[in-house]
Write a protein that binds this ligand. Structure first.
Ligand code: ATP
Length: 593
């Protein structure tokens, strides 16, 4: 599968700006981060008292003194550091979870409000993996990379300071050995980053492949391409496995290097320190305490190395999350509770006017509309007919403001569409898309989508007019029957009628119906046509239809041809005046009505 070049590919991952982006996520929680970090540090520092007390204890034993007080102090230090560590870890863990929640909430908010052209840039599977997997990696980056690296570095500094105070010569020995291991880890780090990015991209590829296939499950089966889809997903899984294994190897190597460094330092300190004890330059208690501190370095050193790993995974995730957050969203597409009630006159039929509208879809060569003009007075049925690709559905997409025209004007009730608050505009429109989508859930949920306030009488009336009442009576749980993924347990015609019923329940001022009778039998088509004509008494209805039989009774018919309005009139007018329409009528209706 072809993969788009992402910002992550172009920018590399170990950049300063990546750190800044991570910090930006943690900024709202800086209080908690500082307190949690301070507690963790304090816990670590409290633990550092233990070797010092141990040294005192050994010295006291050597001098034959009583050690009960020191033992009590030691116990208090252990308990104190445990409690403080626990509090710190909880606070930091909670912060990391909060950062993930914020990122998810932000992404969900943004994705649902994306402008339609922006949404088309990302496959849904990719967007979902950004909300799910990438935000989880963010947790790792914040809790491990950001916090643990700072904490680990501070702890190491604190421990080294204590060690310098105790025995500077042995610190030099320790740093020499640890330095060599640190350089080796540094050499491995870029590989770790690269492997991590590949694993994440491969996971995204699996998601995309499956999402594409599961979205058209029956087509995949009917065309027999299960093996090909499987091969694509398996190839991506293999790639994730291959690089995952390399990462596991790197993880092991980096951890082993850190441990080896500590152990080699231990041996070097034991050798050189032992000689210094023998020569009387160092007390035995000091050497024991020093060696204990050396082992205390294991935790912060491992934390630091772990942060490198988590950070490299997290930065790519941050960038993928940010890519979505930078996309354009609609300013006011959804109503808020504070929005005022609909304006006076909102129950009137809408009037519509297209004035010389020019429109080209983003990233396409030529316009779809080359100066489309027509007038629709309030009420009645206006039908759009014309060849496939003439630009009929695009008219509806422009009315809903999924796209903005490149030229000309569209006026609703005499007001330019751009002047309408988006949610106010859409709340007055009932729109049924060409493939009449039905969502997973119950029939009732589908019908009441966006019209939760509809009364039982409204519902019963609409069910009767769309002839869905018979279906509801047959279903085991009536309106509460689940309709499957994308309404898969309904027939095509039933799905169309559910979509129309949902639009009618909105009691719209403008009803846009795109090919809503294509899958209906003659009886249901006639019934739906009557329901639409009834609705046209209180609503302005626009329909796109391929079958002329469905629109011959329309109040006006707009004939479109290659992005232009060719003629407008009633069926009778057009049969007389327009060649293309007459031809369509002759082939479809056989006899002009
Ligand atoms: N999102 C899109 N991006 C790019 N081009 C598009 C997009 N949607 C439609 N088009 C193109 O715009 C042209 C007009 O499409 P439109 O859906 O408006 O035609 P139509 O008259 O409704 O056709 P049909 O009767 O087949 O549904 C077509 O050539 C189509 O390929």
């Amino acid at each position: 599968m072809e993969r788009k070049e992402t910002e992550t590919d172009r920018a590399g991952v170990f950049t300063l700006s990546a750190w800044r982006e991570l910090l930006a996520y943690a900024r709202p929680y800086r209080g908690a981060v500082v307190l949690g970090g301070a507690l963790s540090l304090l816990g670590g520092l409290t633990g550092l008292v233990e070797p010092l007390v141990t040294k005192e204890l050994v010295d006291a034993l050597e001098r034959g003194e009583t050690v009960a007080g020191l033992l009590l102090l030691l116990t208090a230090a252990v308990l104190g550091s445990t409690v403080v560590n626990l509090l710190g870890a909880f606070l930091l863990g909670r912060t990391a979870e909060s950062v993930v929640r914020d990122a998810r909430v932000g992404l969900i908010h943004r994705i649902l409000r994306l402008r339609v052209p922006q949404f088309a840039r990302f496959p849904p599977g990719d967007l979902m993996s950004r909300v799910g997997t990438d935000t989880t990696l963010l947790n790792q980056a914040v809790s491990h990379a950001l916090i643990d690296s700072v904490k680990g570095a501070l702890m190491m500094i604190a421990i080294l300071v204590v060690m310098v105070v105790m025995e500077p010569v042995l610190v030099l020995v320790t740093l020499g050995v640890l330095g060599v291991c640190g350089v080796l880890v540094g050499l491995l780090a870029p590989f770790y980053t690269r492997y991590n990015v590949t694993v994440q991209e491969s996971l995204g590829d699996i998601n995309n492949t499956l999402e594409r296939a599961l979205g058209a499950f029956r087509t995949i089966k009917a065309t027999g391409v299960e093996r090909r889809v499987e091969a694509e997903a398996v190839a991506a899984s293999e790639r994730a496995w291959k690089y995952g294994v390399r990462l596991a190897g790197m993880d092991g190597a980096m951890g082993a290097l850190a441990l080896m460094g500590i152990h080699l330092s231990f041996l070097a300190v034991l050798g050189i320190g032992g000689a210094r004890v023998a020569s009387g330059d160092t007390a035995i208690g000091t050497l024991i305490a020093f060696l204990l501190y050396l082992f205390y370095l294991i935790e912060p050193a491992t934390e630091l190395i772990d942060s490198v790993a988590r950070f490299s995974a997290g930065v790519a995730a941050v960038r993928r999350v940010r890519e979505v957050q930078r996309l354009d969203v609609e300013a006011d597409g959804t109503p808020t509770p504070a929005d005022p009630a609909p304006a006076a006159g909102a129950d009137r039929c809408a009037s519509l006017r297209f004035e010389d509208v020019v429109f080209r879809y983003p990233d396409t060569e030529s316009p779809v509309h080359h100066g489309v003009s027509f007038d629709v007075p309030p009420g009645g049925v206006t039908a759009f007919v014309g060849g496939s690709g003439a630009g009929k559905s695009t008219i509806f997409a422009l009315i809903e403001r999924f796209y903005e025209p490149d030229g000309g004007r569209i006026l609703l009730d005499g007001v330019d569409l751009g002047q309408w608050p988006l949610h106010r505009l859409r709340s007055g429109i009932g729109y049924v898309e060409q493939d009449a989508p039905v969502l997973a859930g119950t029939l009732r949920e589908n019908l009441l989508l966006g019209v939760e306030h509809a009364t039982d009488d409204d519902l019963a009336g609409v069910l009767a007019s769309t002839r869905l009442d018979g279906l509801v009576a047959r279903l085991p749980d009536g309106l509460d029957t689940r309709v499957g993924h994308r309404g898969s347990t309904l027939s095509g015609g039933e799905r169309q009628r559910v979509a129309v019923a949902r639009a009618l329940l909105r009691k719209p001022r403008l009803l846009l119906l795109d090919e809503v009778t294509s899958q209906l039998d003659a009886v249901n088509e006639l019934a739906l046509r009557e329901a639409i004509e009834q609705a046209a008494r209180r609503t302005t209805v626009l329909v796109v239809a391929h079958r002329l039989s469905t629109v011959t009774r329309a109040d006006r018919i707009v004939v479109m041809d290659a992005g232009r309005v060719r003629a407008v009139g009633t069926h009778r007018d057009l049969v007389e005046s327009d060649d293309l329409y007459r031809e369509l009528a002759a082939t479809q209706l056989l006899t002009a009505q």
